[in-house]
Design a protein around this ligand. Sequence first.
Ligand code: ISL
Ligand code: CA
Length: 505
Amino acid sequence: MATSSTKKWWKNAIVYQIYPRSFCDSNGDGIGDIPGIISKLHYLKELGVDVIWLSPVYPSPGYDNGYDISDYKGINPEFGTMEDMEKLISRAKRLGIKIIMDLVINHTSDEHEWFKKALAGDSKYRDYYYFRDGKGRKAPNNWGSFFGGKAWTKTENGDYYLHLFSKKQPDLNWHNPDVYEEITDIMRFWLDKGVAGFRCDVINIIYKESLENGKRRFALTGKEHYLNTEGCHELIQRFNAEVWSKYKTFIVGETVFVTPDDAKLLSDESRKELDAVFFFEHMDVDSRGVKWFKKAYKPCRLIRILDKWQKALEVPANYLENHDQIRSVNHFGNTGKFWEKSAKLLCGLNLCLKGLPFIYEGEEIGMTNGDFRGLRDLKDVESASVNQAMKRLLLVHSIRRRLILRTTRDNARTPVQWDSSEGAGFTTGTPWLKINANKSYINVKDEKEDENSILNFYKKMIEYRKGSHALNEGTYRRVASPSDVYIFTRESDEQRLYIYCKVGS
Ligand code: ISL
Ligand code: CA
């Protein structure tokens, strides 16, 4: 058992994800910003948050809302200044809250200096990326992009570059030692400023083993050449040994398409790679291969998946929603008669499972999917790109509209509802993305005043968790139950809890 000196500081933390664009706007330009976050630190403290995961705040042309970084050592002026960021770190520290930043190192923006120099023909920087000649009239290989369509774009010089996401996000070449030096230097820059770690974006796909054609698939042809490669494990071990371990960081990896075995290799303590990983299987519980094509959600499937991951990992990173997923009450609960009950149930579930609970902004008040009127209300690059891919499949507008609106990532990106006013207390200006009409009753101000609200339930559950030996240290065991009821025990030498979640209606 870990003694207090070897015990990691983050082991019992409650982590709260902030998507800065949608959190709180301090200057009325309709875009959330760092001073806005600072103004809500006391709210987060009161909620019981220990760690904030901040989605990207670096300079970015914003094609993927900051996941396309053009300068890793700066702050996007839309969000504030470096002084604001330093103030955020120090104010949070004063309240006992640590900040981890999003680190997007599979790709940069195509507007990053490195890529601009590469396009201009500078051979040093060309080797930071994957530039290749096409094969006849075709791209260098048959890989597909995560956002639909091809993973290669032709340059004006006639060659192609690789991008596993949008064409505005060229992939970095992790075979190049200079890339390693640049990125570890960036990590040290932020750690020296006092950030406590990173959430590493799509970290298990950064190292491409080869650029050969992939086995043909409906989506993501080519993934066998870059998923969880040996080279990727080696890189993460080096990050850990040479940088992270020196700062006692907390590192959570976003690891796409992982099985429990892959996740164990990436996060088992003895391997000294990541501290925890986000898995996706429960997010895909209702999808038919790709998330746009859904099948009926069955609570028993969710239970089976969560149980599997609880057993597989020492410290699962538990989450029910984030900035890429639909809202959890829509996904696994109910937004009508059982809205409140299902939001509370999901809170209880997330906070009682073994591992680290991640709460996404607005989840603590039961925020729901966006009430968008049509595709034109959407801002997400993925939605636009998938719409194009669906057009190529000859899907008619009404079908595309239905498939995209219920699944778009913008569902989770609508501004946080602080009160019931026109701008929901988020902004005094025009919000960058439509605010939900249900701000009239789903909002922080009203829920603060209502003792039985979802928000107050979160506060109580977090407080209870913090004081519970079994929830922090205990083992997990599933107890046999009817198919839509999830019963498990959490047991330590001091306490045994039976957790009963009626996940079905
Ligand atoms: O959103 C998705 C579908 O659920 C995923 O395919 C997502 O693109 C994938 O999980 C990677 O996500 C991360 O990297 C992307 C960025 O767009 C996401 O916001 C980020 O979380 C590229 O940087
Ligand atoms: Ca602003």
